[in-house]
Design a protein around this ligand. Structure first.
Ligand code: IMP
Ligand code: MG
Length: 182
């Protein structure tokens, strides 16, 4: 069992709250993509992994999985202002229904870049599902099609979210304790 990490100031979403909400999000996929012939869930590495793995347990329609590695943060707590594709996905998405799976949308820079890239590959549809939406920090008009929770404007960690590549393994999400900033 995980004890609450000293690097977490307060817990925002417990494991149970996350699991309940994620099961609801999976039901939305089951409903909205029931008629899809070719659904592909594209997780953004590495942060979306716990979310995606929990989500697919409850997705009961046929789908494929793929992953895209994008970097935007350089391990600190602020966006670098650009997003770079580090590792591309393996499958072709032309004529497929693509659902991007992201753990958090902050400035919106990463998703805007990913959306632009993937739409140039002519998918049948392209939507975004995010676990957390930090609306207050948005610098563009990017909106997720599905969102788990609207998150306050705090630096959060756990359940895939990192500080300097650490704390992704926490089973809950909490506010990072700024005392540990370096
Ligand atoms: P954006 O491009 O500013 O929307 O940032 C998106 C990426 O920044 C996410 O995929 C996360 O990896 C990271 N990020 C944004 N906010 C946080 C946070 O509060 N904690 C940890 N990572 C974050
Ligand atoms: Mg990150």
């Amino acid at each position: 069992m995980h004890k609450i990490s000293p690097m977490v100031e307060r817990v925002l979403y417990t494991q149970e709250q996350l699991e309940t909400r994620i099961a609801q999000l999976a039901e939305l996929i089951n409903r909205d993509y029931k008629k899809s012939k070719d659904l592909i869930l594209v997780g953004l590495m590495k942060g979306s992994l716990p979310f995606m793995m929990q989500l697919i347990k409850f997705v009961d329609i046929d789908c494929r999985l793929d992953f895209l590695t994008v970097s935007s943060y350089n391990g600190k707590t602020h966006s670098s202002g650009s997003a770079k594709i580090i590792l591309d996905m393996a499958q072709d998405i032309e004529n497929k229904d693509v659902l991007i799976i992201e753990e958090i949308i902050d400035s919106g820079i990463t998703l805007a870049r990913v959306k632009e890239l993937l739409s140039s590959r002519k998918p049948n549809s392209l939507k975004i599902m995010t676990l957390l939406d930090k609306k207050a920090n948005r610098i563009n008009d990017l909106e997720p099609d599905y969102s788990g929770f609207e998150c306050e404007d705090e630096f959060v960690v756990g359940f895939g979210l990192d500080y300097d590549e650490k704390l992704r393994n926490l089973p809950y999400i909490g506010v990072f304790n700024k005392k540990y900033l370096d």
